[in-house]
Design a protein around this ligand. Structure first.
Ligand SMILES: C[S@@+](CC[C@H](N)C(=O)[O-])C[C@H]1O[C@@H](n2cnc3c(N)ncnc32)[C@H](O)[C@@H]1O
Length: 253
């Protein structure tokens, strides 16, 4: 019997112990003192582990740079992320947010072991004053954050958890009235691999097409807002896992 009797089962290339091994690797490095309080060096150390030992499902430098450009353009005060894993994107984006005068980076992570690794690396990077990963399912945590008045709307959200959750969580954000025309921007990763076709269809549909989907009962008990107008741009990238794409969706009306 596995000693991990309460943890979710390992997936291909993830959740098999490599994420804690990453911590041992980084804290065991000879240059740990230089890494401390240096976000770029923490990211480089994670990249080293990924290329030399075990692959990690991080956003990585190429797609990451594309999103940092967007952050530089939008300069959000708060950014939310769905799915933090070991904290790579949280460190990359929280540093960019901070440089642009932003105040808060909130990561929502289902797996407490991953959240612990992420918060440890955020602390190592010296970003604990701005970034925090909260444990729980994205939908429960989003509702709680709204109820507690922590977030009133979405400025920039990075959607990078399991792909079957992308559309239900977008519908929830619409239901909670978090998406504001001229203000909210959604960034979704892994649009080609593993792919998020239902999400992509929704953000690319007209208000009439979306209304028809809601009338056909596609959203179940959720209450989406089909009247929001989205403009989406999908950019393709070659990654370590093959061809992938990131979709940026601006709420324009
Ligand atoms: C692809 S990884 C995130 C990678 C990370 N954003 C990065 O680029 O460094 C996906 C993560 O989403 C988490 N996740 C899956 N379903 C979730 C949910 N419903 N709520 C919150 N996190 C979830 C998984 O546990 C996993 O750690």
């Amino acid at each position: 019997m596995s000693i991990k009797q309460h943890a979710p089962p390992a997936r291909d290339f993830a959740l098999d112990g490599r994420e804690v091994d990453l911590l041992h690797y980084i804290y065991g490095r000879k240059d740990i003192k230089e890494i401390r309080n240096n976000p770029q060096k923490v990211l480089a150390a994670i990249d080293d582990y990924h290329s030399q030992f075990n692959v990690l499902m991080n956003i990585g430098p190429t797609k990451g740079a594309h999103i940092v450009n967007l952050l530089d353009e939008r300069k959000p005060s708060t950014m939310v992320e769905l799915g933090s894993y070991v904290g790579y994107s949280a460190i990359l984006f929280a540093e960019a947010l901070s440089k642009n005068g932003g105040k808060q980076y909130l990561g929502l992570e289902l797996n407490p072991e991953m959240a612990a690794v992420a918060n440890q690396l955020i602390d190592l990077a010296g970003l604990q004053g701005i970034a925090k990963v909260l444990v729980g399912s994205s939908d429960d945590t989003l509702k709680q954050l709204v109820q507690d008045g922590v977030i009133k709307d979405i400025e920039l959200i990075f959607i990078d958890h399991w792909q079957e959750r992308y559309l239900p969580d977008l519908w929830l954000m619409e239901e909670l009235n978090l998406l504001k025309p001229g203000k909210s921007v959604l960034v979704a990763d892994n649009i080609i691999y593993p792919g998020a076709p239902h999400y992509l269809k929704w953000v690319e549909s007209t208000t009439e097409q979306k209304s028809a989907m809601v009338e056909a009962g596609k959203a179940g008990t959720l209450k989406p807002n089909p009247n929001l107008i989205y403009e989406s741009t999908t950019t393709k990238f070659e990654t370590d896992f093959g061809l992938d794409a990131v979709t940026v969706t601006r709420v324009v009306g």
